[in-house]
Design a protein around this ligand. Structure first.
Ligand SMILES: Nc1nc2c(c(=O)[nH]1)N[C@H]1C(S)=C(S)[C@@H](COP(=O)(O)O)O[C@H]1N2
Ligand SMILES: [Mo]
Length: 451
């Protein structure tokens, strides 16, 4: 029995939306070209900000090989640097979701096109597309899940998102190299021809000499396409041969994608911008109704209870800070720490999840003073350990340039009061421009210098 050809996704008549066409796909593609490039760059910056060069404690992808070629010493200036780069990374990623989905929707007929492989070149291109679509969905999904749910995947988020990013971007760059010229020509040609936005209007898909507006509904024959023209070949694959009657114009469809993006933007961005905008960040786990706690009421990542920090271990009479270097070990009570010269610094917490605080007023002992106390006259790398027994962020390495910065503190107070247990009492690290993960809470030991 012969299946009527319009019932199969591989048949020309199956995909009916009159919105599909090279113009719609090109506009979305050009938006993604810019957006995904920014996502990739800010993602690489985020990785560099972890100080992965300092070793396994900081480096979640020790097997990266050549992929770490670009790593550099993350600076401490400007002090809001990571707030910016990671805020952009997460906010932009969330905002682009509707664009990504619309773009995939716009080209979905090509996924089913037969024959699956027409030539070697075509076969290679299809493999690239598979990596592109799979990699894109994977990166957006892992990113959103990490931001929303903290953890969920088998294996750590970091290597998955990192290796996935390289794979995705490699395919993306290749795809862009092949398609951007065409997309630009499509958009230019459409603009040159005036109004191109009504569905069914042949001018919406320059190069396609279809039956025109009336034909949009009536056409039952495949759209004739002059062979050989690249624009036309694209159109061939994207434009519905048997389009349904339009219910929205292409411009309208594009506006609804933009509207979806705008909605995500305003319900996310507040978690990074802070102030009263935080209340509009309804979609962000650390926005909306999560004002945080403690003096100044700013956000908390892991609470003391979650980290297993009991008051028995942080009591002033038992807690000690241990400073170690090649020249020996010094132990300080909190009282003796408080008697050291205390300095203030206005610095934010900026989490890899994209949320951040505005500047908080920290007070404590400079890391470089602690290095000197331990016997290191010149700033060196330091390994910071907390009271926490389990958990990825219970310890971290800081680089010498971070130790040297006069604003880098082992903080005892924030916003004019003692640290609360959730914000790291009895003492926590705070470093300008560093990601939140390096600002270790509940510190108990600091080892200066490389082993
Ligand atoms: N010991 C310890 N310190 C830690 C963490 C942790 O899980 N354990 N989380 C880090 C992360 S990921 C962030 S974003 C900041 C958050 O600091 P806050 O809770 O005071 O805002 O603490 C950092 N310090
Ligand atoms: Mo974080």
């Amino acid at each position: 029995m012969r299946v009527p050809s319009r019932l199969l996704p591989s048949s020309p008549g199956f995909w009916r939306s009159p919105l599909r066409g090279p113009w719609f796909t090109s506009v979305l593609g050009l938006v993604l070209l810019l957006g995904v490039t920014v996502l990739f760059v800010t993602g690489l910056l985020s990785y560099a900000a972890y100080n992965p060069g300092l070793g396994g404690v900081n480096d979640r992808t020790p097997d990266k090989g050549l992929l770490g070629f670009y790593l550099f010493d993350w600076p401490t200036d400007p002090h809001w640097l990571y707030r910016l780069t990671q805020g952009v990374h997460v906010t932009l990623g969330v905002t682009l979701i509707p664009v990504l989905l619309a773009k995939l929707w716009s080209v979905v007929p090509k996924l089913f096109a037969l024959p699956p492989v027409r030539s070697l070149a075509h076969g290679l291109e299809r493999i690239t597309i598979l990596l592109l679509v799979g990699g894109g969905l994977f990166e957006f999904t892992t990113g959103v899940l990490n931001v929303q749910l903290d953890y969920l995947f088998p294996g750590s988020f970091y290597p998955l998102h990192f290796y996935g990013a390289w794979l995705f971007f490699a395919a993306f760059a290749l795809h862009a190299a092949l398609r951007v010229p065409l997309a630009v020509r499509t958009v230019r040609a459409a603009r040159a021809e005036g109004n191109l936005l009504a569905p069914g209007d042949e001018r919406a898909n320059p190069g396609v000499h279809a039956a025109g507006r009336s034909g949009a509904h009536a056409a039952r024959e495949p759209v004739p396409v002059p062979a050989g023209e690249p624009v036309a070949r694209e159109a061939d694959a994207l434009v519905a041969t048997h389009p349904d009657a339009p219910t929205v114009s292409r411009r309208g469809a594009l506006w609804s994608v933009a509207g979806g993006s705008l909605l995500l933007l305003v319900t996310t961005a507040g978690q990074s911008i802070g102030g009263s905008l935080r209340r509009t960040a309804l979609l962000a786990p650390h926005g909306g109704e999560d004002p945080g706690s403690g003096p100044g009421a700013f956000q908390i990542n892991k609470t003391a209870a979650y980290a297993g920090i009991t008051t028995a271990r942080t009591r002033e009479d038992t807690w000690r800070l241990e400073l170690t270097s090649r020249s020996g070990t010094v132990r300080l009570s909190r009282e003796r720490l408080r008697a050291l010269p205390l300095h203030g610094a206005a610095l934010p917490i900026a989490c890899v999840e994209g949320w951040s605080t505005t500047d908080q007023l920290w007070r404590g002992v400079r890391l470089r003073d602690l290095a000197a106390l331990a016997g290191e006259e010149r700033p060196v790398d330091v390994y910071v350990e907390s009271l926490q027994v389990h958990g990825t962020f219970r310890h971290a390495w800081l680089r010498a340039n971070q130790v040297a910065d006069p604003r880098s503190l082992l903080a005892l107070e924030v916003n004019g009061a003692d640290l609360t247990p959730d914000h790291g009492y009895p003492a926590r690290v705070i470093v300008p421009a560093a990601p939140g993960v390096l600002n270790t809470k509940w510190v108990t030991r600091m080892t200066f210098g490389r082993p």
